[in-house]
Design a protein around this ligand. Structure first.
Ligand SMILES: NC(=O)c1ccc[n+]([C@@H]2O[C@H](COP(=O)([O-])OP(=O)(O)OC[C@H]3O[C@@H](n4cnc5c(N)ncnc54)[C@H](OP(=O)(O)O)[C@@H]3O)[C@@H](O)[C@H]2O)c1
Length: 286
């Protein structure tokens, strides 16, 4: 992980660049044992960044994470949660933050994100985030699903530059941010959190598993196409990817993807098959 991420986002701690997503988890009691096993396996193997949100199962995913982390030292983890935009006011944010903390069974978040832009003035949300930081309930705050114009607005607001990250959709089939948002963030030394980094296991319609370039690279490295996709999101060195999995084997595969080293020819072949956009694209969101 680059010094940049440690400096800007993770401060004193060093975390592995592949975290654990939790969307669609925690809703089904029958799946709970496998979900707990998947999350705990990930943490044991060093995936200590966990991404959740009050939205996921309306608190169910936070409760699952709260249960999963019980055996672990809280200080070793980096917990991310997100607030709905309509809750991100000076009055409501502290109440919603407290509820998230209660569900997670912790007294602080490492990172609290505004889930997407909303009607509450951004300056008010920033002030509420800064208050929560002063109260010791969050270590950092950031945003999610912000495009360049949203980031520029944020940068004009008092304390707006205290934003620690922007979490956006980023995978080989959805790389619009390579045109403008990612260069903007790099210039500001703002790390990226890439969500849906494996395109929801190919269900976003890209059909990566049939792509001959990816198939050949996966074959050469004796790995899966999903591992190649993850390695691609991490290639810049200033990105954290947060794949979601309820399957212990997939979690281990995802972690191993951080060690995948492709040749220059392979990177070039991917670039040719999935070229960087040459014009502005609307920010892709899920
Ligand atoms: N900020 C936002 O607005 C936002 C939006 C979307 C997502 N997110 C965050 O990002 C996380 C990840 O995104 P996502 O859940 O949309 O999609 P994703 O991580 O790209 O894909 C998840 C899917 O891929 C499968 N999978 C995971 N690892 C695999 C592997 N190694 N091989 C084969 N299949 C694999 C999972 O199934 P198995 O369980 O069978 O492994 C699951 O169906 C979310 O969980 C959430 O925390 C944030």
């Amino acid at each position: 992980m680059t010094e940049q991420i440690q400096k800007v986002m993770l401060a004193d701690k060093k975390h592995f660049p592949i975290g654990l997503g939790t969307w669609h988890m925690g809703d089904d009691r029958n799946k709970r044992p496998l979900e707990l096993e998947a999350l705990r396996t990930g943490i044991e193997q060093g995936a200590t960044i966990i991404d959740t949100a009050e939205m996921y199962g309306e608190g169910n995913a936070e409760k699952l994470v709260g249960e999963a982390i019980q055996p672990f030292d809280r200080e070793s983890l980096f917990l991310i949660s997100k607030i709905y935009p309509w809750n991100a006011s000076l009055k409501a944010l502290p109440q919603h933050l407290d509820k998230s903390l209660e569900r997670l069974g912790t007294d602080y978040l490492d990172l609290y994100l505004l889930h997407w832009t909303g009607d509450i003035p951004l300056a008010e949300t920033v002030a509420a985030m800064e208050d929560a930081k002063k109260a010791g309930k969050i270590r950092h705050w950031g945003v999610s699903n912000f495009d360049v114009s949203d980031m520029e607005e944020l940068w004009q607001i008092p304390d707006g530059k205290n934003c620690a990250t922007n979490e956006v959709l980023y995978n080989l089939g959805s790389r619009g941010i390579d045109f403008d948002l990612l260069p903007w963030m790099r210039e500001k030394q703002l790390p990226l959190i890439a969500y849906s980094p494996i395109a929801q296991g190919d269900s976003l319609g890209n059909d990566f598993t049939k792509n001959p370039v990816l198939k050949e690279i996966a074959r050469a490295h004796d790995c899966s196409i999903f591992q190649v996709l993850l390695a691609w999101t991490l290639r810049g060195g200033d990105t954290i990817a947060i794949p979601q999995s309820s399957n212990k084997k997939h979690v281990l595969d995802n972690i191993a993807a951080a060690s995948l080293t492709l040749t220059n020819e392979e990177w070039q072949a991917i670039e040719t098959a999935f070229p960087k956009p040459d014009h502005k694209q609307p920010l892709a969101v899920l």
